[in-house]
Design a protein around this ligand. Structure first.
Ligand SMILES: Cc1cc2nc3c(=O)[nH]c(=O)nc-3n(C[C@H](O)[C@H](O)[C@H](O)COP(=O)(O)OP(=O)(O)OC[C@H]3O[C@@H](n4cnc5c(N)ncnc54)[C@H](O)[C@@H]3O)c2cc1C
Length: 303
């Protein structure tokens, strides 16, 4: 039996800690409840939105005028060197559980907040490692037809911060299989410590707000000579562009482009409005476009 809650504040469910309430809200623990929630939305003529860990979301100040389906499924199991886990599982908890089983390989993803489903949708990654390097199978529910589909790694069409599922938001990720190898337990703590040192951990933000864009050869060359490092796939860090465009530390109300990591738009005051974050984002986009002819695209999901 679903527990549909009316007028549920959402800000505390997101790392940004911004935004209004959902008209309706439900937590779902398994496939059956997910199906029920979708049918409920259909019967009541409400649109719905799927939420995982809320770490890549900007909820509008006016909230969401429909049903928020919060995926909190948490079952997982190991068969030999494969982990099969519900999409709602917390990514770091899974990495730690794998280490406990003497399995690993994906420790550099430690500290990326949010759920496994959210990570697969956006091909989350850090320090040269991406979830695509480990995923072997994804099971999804097509929320239009309520049919189940299965995807191999290749069919997931993973690329930098995207996947088939990001391009097909009607596909709700239910379960994921991950191939594991030898654990490097020490890397879990080391990675998290490195993230803390770089001020990219435990911040009221949604992580990198913009994706690293593909830039012209001239911009790439400028980046490479200044930083003494190779750009990856013709992309330059959005944070570097933001800084060069003079927007590091720029502020609108309570929203700030972090001085430590300019591509993090942070809810510095704790009371920033979504409208302020969006306005800051637009100013940054304009400054970067004016200076570099590069159009920044949001990585964060702006509802
Ligand atoms: C401090 C901080 C640091 C971060 N560092 C990194 C980093 O190093 N690398 C990186 O890649 N990201 C990083 N992020 C961003 C974020 O953690 C990732 O994008 C994460 O994978 C999002 O997962 P989530 O469960 O929180 O998704 P949510 O924020 O809940 O949702 C994001 C999108 O995914 C969709 N979604 C969620 N679950 C499902 C599902 N089961 N099926 C289909 N769609 C779904 C939602 O509908 C939404 O469109 C960081 C964020 C923060 C706050």
């Amino acid at each position: 039996m679903l527990n549909i809650i009316e007028n549920k504040p959402l800000s505390n469910l997101t790392t940004f800690q911004i935004g209004g309430a959902a008209k309706y809200f439900v937590e779902v623990k398994n496939e059956e409840e997910i199906r029920e929630a979708i049918l409920w939305a259909r019967e009541h003529g409400e649109k719905f939105f799927v939420m995982g860990g809320g770490s890549n979301l900007l909820i509008p100040d006016e909230g969401f005028n429909g049903l928020v389906i919060h995926i909190v499924s948490s079952a997982f199991s190991f068969v030999e060197r494969t982990l099969e886990a519900d999409a709602g599982c917390n990514l770091l908890s899974l990495i730690c559980a794998a280490a406990g089983e003497g399995l690993g390989g994906c420790e550099k993803l430690s500290g990326i907040p949010g759920s496994l489903g959210g990570a697969v949708r956006g091909n989350a990654g850090a320090f040269g490692s991406e979830i695509k390097d480990f995923v072997t199978w994804v099971q999804v529910l097509d929320t239009n037809t309520l049919e189940i589909h299965e995807f191999s790694n290749t069919e997931c069409a993973f690329e930098y911060r995207t996947s088939h599922f990001k391009k097909h938001p009607e596909l709700l990720i239910l379960r994921v299989r991950v191939a594991l190898g030898e654990p490097q337990k020490h890397l879990i703590d080391e990675t998290i410590a490195e993230r803390e040192k770089r001020h990219i951990q435990n911040v009221r933000a949604a992580g990198s707000y913009f994706m690293n864009p593909v830039a012209s050869a001239a911009v790439v060359a400028k980046f490479e000579s200044e930083k003494g490092m190779q750009s990856r796939g013709g992309r330059v860090p959005a944070g570097w562009l933001i800084e060069k465009a003079g927007m590091k530390g720029a502020r609108v109300g309570g929203a700030l482009s972090s001085t430590m990591h300019p591509n993090y738009l942070v809810n510095e005051s704790g009371s920033a409005k979504a409208s302020e974050v969006r306005e800051l984002a637009e100013k940054i986009k304009k400054a970067v476009k004016d200076q570099f002819e590069v159009v920044l695209q949001e990585e964060a999901v702006v509802l």
